[in-house]
Design a protein around this ligand. Structure first.
Ligand SMILES: Cc1cc2nc3c(=O)[nH]c(=O)nc-3n(C[C@H](O)[C@H](O)[C@H](O)COP(=O)(O)O)c2cc1C
Length: 335
């Protein structure tokens, strides 16, 4: 019987259960993006949740893509040592380790990211008032591509099992995917296929260069007028799977990761993973959003709304305490 303790084999790795710690910015790095002792301790602590997969927070692939002062970086070979220490503490706890890569594009403050740029120079309509980014040249697009590929190679050298491209929450690759922010007229803009091209090319190169399992964090939809729809994201998912993606992590889009006003209760974004599950993509799918209870997890698995369950803030509060409630009360009510 499928339940939260069922192992899952994916990309030659065995996840020991269905629990995932999603990427969560800890702002523990130094101002150059190097992991500090606090970063290492933070991930050693999160791994005490007992999750089968622990993701490391969004980390910038190029200095033009930084969105926070103490953000972790993966843009220089010198970062590999600290990244390795993080992978090691996660592995020591018996979990697989994943690392999320990002470029903020036009979603940052100018004092942190003076080179603010977006695919078409369109301000990202997020919750905060954001400045107008410069419109990216074709060279800028290629620079992003090379930066993501180089950073993924560092992730592999550091000993991680998975790399995740952050294509959600209004950050750079979400801006490239979304018709709201990408109105380019070259091969990286216009049609949905063109807007997916950059991510496809990055995935193909990572697949060729490394043995990493490849994850994408995508919006189930943009949750923004004129933005990406669930139908769009079904098609995008098919292209990304063809390119080599192993796990799809479904979250929200251009408006950020917070709970949308009209969503209530546990699993507020699980309708997004559930929609993709119904499209028979034949790939493990992660669902997320306010999940706290084992009852909710078991119901979501039984209803085939997701394959893997991401629990963020409930784990962040107290990973050990969370593990106690995760292990407790094996459900008897389902056969
Ligand atoms: C402090 C904090 C930092 C976050 N940082 C990231 C991040 O780096 N990358 C990302 O994709 N999502 C990030 N998120 C979103 C979480 O991964 C998750 O999707 C969200 O918190 C909803 O799950 P939850 O309700 O279980 O916390 C962050 C959330 C929090 C609370």
């Amino acid at each position: 019987m499928l339940n939260r303790f069922s192992p899952l084999t994916v990309a030659y790795h065995i996840l020991k259960n269905r629990l995932v710690v999603p990427p969560m910015a800890s702002q523990n790095a130094d101002t150059q993006g190097f992991a500090t002792q606090a970063s290492i301790d933070h991930y050693a602590n999160l791994a005490q949740s007992g999750a089968g997969l622990v993701m490391v927070e969004y980390s910038f692939v190029h200095k033009s893509g930084r969105s926070e002062t103490n953000q972790l970086g993966a843009d220089r070979d010198e970062h590999i040592e600290g990244m390795t220490r993080i992978a090691n503490v996660i592995h020591t706890a018996g979990a697989k380790a994943g690392f999320q890569l990002t470029h903020c594009g036009g979603k940052a403050r100018l004092d942190i990211c003076p080179d603010l740029m977006g695919p078409s120079g369109i301000t990202v309509p997020a919750y905060d008032r954001l400045p107008k980014p410069k419109a990216m040249s074709l060279d800028d697009m290629l620079m992003w591509k090379e930066s993501f590929i180089a950073a993924a190679n560092r992730v592999a050298k550091a000993g991680f099992d998975f790399v995740e491209l952050h294509c959600a929450h209004g950050y750079g690759l979400n801006q490239v995917l979304s018709p709201v922010t990408n109105q380019r007229t070259d091969s990286y803009g216009g049609s949905l296929e063109n807007r997916t091209r950059l991510i496809v090319e990055i995935i193909e190169a990572i697949k060729a260069d490394t043995d990493l399992g490849i994850m994408v964090r995508i919006p189930g939809q943009d949750l923004y007028p004129e933005g990406l729809s669930q139908e769009d994201m079904t098609q995008v998912s098919k292209w990304l799977i063809e390119a080599g993606v192993n796990i799809i992590d479904v979250s929200s889009g251009i408006g950020g990761w917070n709970r949308p006003k009209d969503r209530r209760g546990e699993g507020y974004l699980v309708p997004e993973s559930s929609y993709l599950k119904k499209q028979n993509l034949n790939i493990p799918i992660i669902g997320v959003g306010g999940i706290e209870s084992v009852d909710y997890m078991e119901t979501a698995l039984a209803e085939n709304a997701l394959d893997l369950i991401a629990v963020g803030r409930a784990i962040l509060k107290d990973p050990r305490e969370f593990q106690r409630s995760f292990l407790l009360a094996f459900p008897h009510h389902r056969t």
